[in-house]
Ligand binder design. Structure first.
Ligand code: 26V
Length: 820
């Protein structure tokens, strides 16, 4: 049953009233943006009722709560998603049409809340959607960055970063909660005092700077179950009273410093993905949101429970990578210094409350903080980590007497650094990887010593994605077709998609499936024309690679192959060649020079290829500017080929691969991350697999023997492509791509030339691309492959992932909010 407020007449009335109250305008006078705000307020009204209802249900049922602690939540737009989950999208679309408005244009007014970089942040957002949909009580805990992920502009082929001021018009889907503000302390020193009453030392933190953490809550709606959970993101404000106090004391300097700290701490999301820079402000951000979130969680628990030693029965903190790992020490501090527990009791609780997910094995991404910085910024927390470390080393010595190698490799504090992953593993009761292969590599390579010492902690949770956003909302044509064929249950039970397998040889169904794909390609072509000014042919193969730009993801392999194809077509104009559009979308970290050069290369190749009349439009290259969640939805729906070509062993899981698959695009990929499981589900004959295995790669890395120079010298076509990087083919400045060329061949490139085995996999990739072309030419075969990809994608719903977390790690209780 649809909510009364969404009935058309009621809804239209409400939108008009909101426009009047908010802007003193009539609908005709209002801008699209103002109408977006008015529509959102109407939707928020409904949500707030359910929010209160959920709150009440939780209070009554007292379920265990998961706090998903993450520096990043890449939410994407809320309006359309909320309408889908409230079951009101169709109704609202029609109501807006009757007002002469297009729901797509209204949705396009919403800024894309981009409080995350890529995979890790988007995963957090999918998890919140699944948690609410599966009736679990969950809080997302994060930071309300003033500026989210930068906006990418392409100027003269270069990436230019522009600030993302997502709050400038006010964000309708957030609620400021000043009554839940918490104080967070930085710097200062620790004074030790004997407490004769409790017969123990007291640790008193003094001389610190204080910041007020003020939460903003965003509603997270479940699908058709009236559940509304909360994403709580913290803003920083100066502590006014303290300021006045300081002025009184003449401590003007300190007051100004506190004000500055408050202003800078949540200013901007660090736009690196997979690279640890060791910036002090980043550690401040981490501690800031962790401390505030833990204080809030404990306060909430204590409101209805009086025994803090049973905290773990009602609360679990899941740490999204090591970024929030300071939580284990902060929880110890709160339990000891605030709640008065002793070490052993506090440790017992902490190690039953905290769990850790690893998202990468790239060594550059492992977080290590210099002792000097850490102890200066968080003196009391550092003391606690030292004690955790001391006790852990004793344990190592007990288990491996005389083995100092073990201590060196496993200590939390070593070589002047605090190693956050080690802290997370030692204090967490669960350590999980994000795809089967990734978890195996953790157990057998990266974290081998820890796995040997505490095997019971390690487990796998293969990632997933929410079908509500990436099919129901992003691909309405396919969503309706699926519902037409198998009913609507897939929306909350994606395994239902396997029922589509019976259509794999049904010509009519295949035809319908491919017609929908074509319409989605037309939709993307229109987007590309409007936003990039490039005309693309929806009859060509849409071959798409969208993800953050990183060398290990090998966008370079893709574009070098495009150059190779271009050479082939030029050399053999008569050659049979199915028209192809290579589509890229990627942001490079602002400080990652080589990644930015690869963007420039893609754009330079596009310039040459797209303007070469002699190739007859057979090849097109497009770089979609400002790839983000909102345009991703359109892109996945329109893909023929999903490029997942990371160097084997490097991509922990990937989640874009799953979004493509769900939307009926076969994977062209390496046996890396979750690709392995995708192939297992869909069958090798419905994917295009190439390249070295992770074992081969790891073997080369450990034992040497890889020689890109040999490939260069013995394969003239590869050599030609590489020469073109430095002979003026794609830039009159022959030095433009020298660094890229050198990265592949120069012995001085560290740790070795062609670190990501691009030349080593090139031939195998080109050959797989050839198989793609052959398969595509056979229309029926291709349609069957595409359909089977959708039909076999059921495993990759984040609903399945979340249920596994619940069963194996969190042990949450289901709540009932909606009475039947
Ligand atoms: C790491 C770092 C390192 C320190 C500096 C700032 C910073 C910011 C973000 C990150 C996250 C990198 C890890 C990451 O995004 N991993 C991705 O996680 C996805 C979800 O599990 C997974 O699908 C991708 O394969 C994996 O690369």
């Amino acid at each position: 049953m649809i909510d009364k407020q969404f009935e058309k007449e009621e809804f239209k009335k409400s939108v008009k009233e909101n426009v009047k109250f908010l802007y003193r305008k009539t609908l005709e006078e209002a801008t699209q943006e103002q109408i977006f705000q008015a529509v959102s307020y109407t939707v928020k009204d409904v949500i707030i009722d359910n929010w209160l209802k959920s709150q009440k249900a939780y209070e009554k049922q007292d379920p265990k709560i998961v706090y998903y602690m993450s520096m990043e939540f890449l939410m994407g737009r809320a309006l359309g998603n909320n309408l889908i989950n409230l079951g009101a999208y169709g109704e609202v679309k029609e109501a807006l049409e009757e007002l002469g408005l297009d729901i797509n244009c209204i949705e396009d007014q919403e800024p894309d809340p981009a409080l995350g970089n890529g995979g890790l942040g988007r995963l957090a957002a999918c998890f919140l959607d699944s948690l609410a949909t599966l009736n679990y009580c969950a809080y997302g805990c994060g930071i309300r960055y003033r500026y989210g992920m930068f906006k990418q502009e392409i100027r003269d082929g270069y990436q230019v970063e522009a600030p993302d001021n997502w709050l400038k018009n006010g964000y309708p889907f957030e609620l400021r909660r000043p009554e839940y503000a918490k104080e967070v302390h930085f710097g200062g020193y620790v004074r030790v005092e004997w407490d004769p009453v409790n017969n123990q030392n007291k640790f008193i933190h003094e001389g610190y700077q204080a910041v007020k953490a003020v939460p903003y809550d965003m509603p997270i709606t479940g699908y058709n179950n009236d559940v509304v959970n909360t994403l709580r993101i913290w803003d920083a404000e100066p502590i006014v009273d303290f300021n006045l106090d300081s002025f009184d004391k003449g401590d003007y300097h300190n007051a100004v410093e506190q004000e500055n700290l408050a202003r800078t701490i949540v200013e901007v999301l660090y736009p690196n993905d997979n690279h640890m820079a060791g910036k002090e402000l980043r550690l401040k951000q981490q501690y800031f949101f962790v401390s505030a979130s833990l204080q809030a969680a404990i306060a909430k628990y204590k409101k209805t429970h009086d025994d803090i030693t049973k905290l773990h029965e009602k609360v679990v903190f899941q740490m999204n990578d090591t970024h929030p790992t300071v939580a284990v020490a902060e929880l110890m501090r709160l339990l000891m210094d605030q709640e008065g527990l002793g070490w052993d009791q506090a440790w017992d609780i902490t190690t039953k409350c905290c769990a850790y997910t690893n998202h990468t094995i790239m060594s550059e991404a492992l977080e290590k903080w210099p002792i000097e910085l850490f102890s200066r910024l968080l003196p009391r927390v550092y003391q606690i980590i030292e004690e955790i470390n001391r006790r852990f080393i004793l344990e190592i010595q007990q288990k491996y007497p005389g083995n100092f190698e073990k201590i060196k490799k496993m200590a939390i504090i070593y070589d002047g650094q605090v190693k956050m992953a080690h802290l997370a593993i030692v204090a967490g009761y669960s350590v999980n990887g994000v795809a089967r292969l990734h978890t195996e590599i953790l157990k057998n390579q990266e974290l081998k010593d820890f796995y040997e010492m505490m095997p019971e902690k390690f487990n796998n949770k293969t990632n997933g994605i929410t079908q509500r956003r990436f099919l129901a909302h992003g691909n309405p044509l396919l969503a309706d077709w699926v519902t037409d064929k198998i009913g609507p249950d897939w929306i909350t039970d994606l395994s239902q998609l396997s029922k589509l397998k019976v259509y794999a040889d049904d010509e009519k169904a295949l035809q319908e499936f491919m017609t929908i794909k074509f319409k989605n390609k037309e939709r993307l072509a229109k987007y590309i024309l409007e936003h990039n000014g490039v005309e693309v042919d929806p009859h060509s193969i849409f071959d798409i690679q969208v993800k953050r730009l990183h060398e290990y993801k090998r966008q370079l392999l893709n574009i070098l192959h495009v150059i190779y194809l271009y050479n082939q077509i030029k050399a053999h104009p008569e050659m049979d060649f199915y028209p192809r559009t290579f589509i890229f979308g990627a942001k490079a970290s602002a400080a990652y020079a080589r990644a930015k050069k690869i963007i420039k290369l893609i754009n330079c190749v596009a310039d040459v290829v797209n303007n070469d009349a002699s190739i007859n439009g057979k090849l097109k290259v497009v770089f979609i500017e400002n790839y983000r969640v909102s345009n991703a939805e359109i892109i996945f729906a329109a893909a023929d080929v999903s490029e997942q070509i990371s160097t084997a062993s490097k991509e922990a899981s990937g989640t874009g691969n799953m979004k493509f698959m769900l939307n009926g695009a076969p994977t062209l990929g390496t046996m890396d991350g979750a690709n392995v499981e995708i192939v297992q589900e869909v069958g090798e004959e419905n994917a295009f697999i190439f390249g070295m295995s992770s074992d081969q790669i790891i073997n080369y890395e450990n034992n040497g023997g890889y020689d890109p120079d040999f490939i260069y010298n013995t394969d003239p076509e590869i050599r030609q492509v590489l020469m073109q990087l430095i002979n003026g083919t794609f830039s009159s400045d022959t030095e433009m791509f020298r660094d890229i060329y050198n990265s592949l061949l120069d012995k001085r490139n560290m740790p070795r030339p062609d670190q990501y085995f691009i030349l080593g996999d090139f031939r195998s990739y080109a050959e797989a691309q050839k198989r793609v072309e052959e398969a595509y030419k056979d229309e029926k075969r291709w349609a069957k492959m595409a359909l089977l990809n959708t039909a076999c994608s059921g495993k990759f719903t984040s609903d399945r992932t979340i249920q596994e977390y619940v069963d194996d790690i969190w042990h949450l209780d289901k709540v009932v909010v909606k009475e039947n």
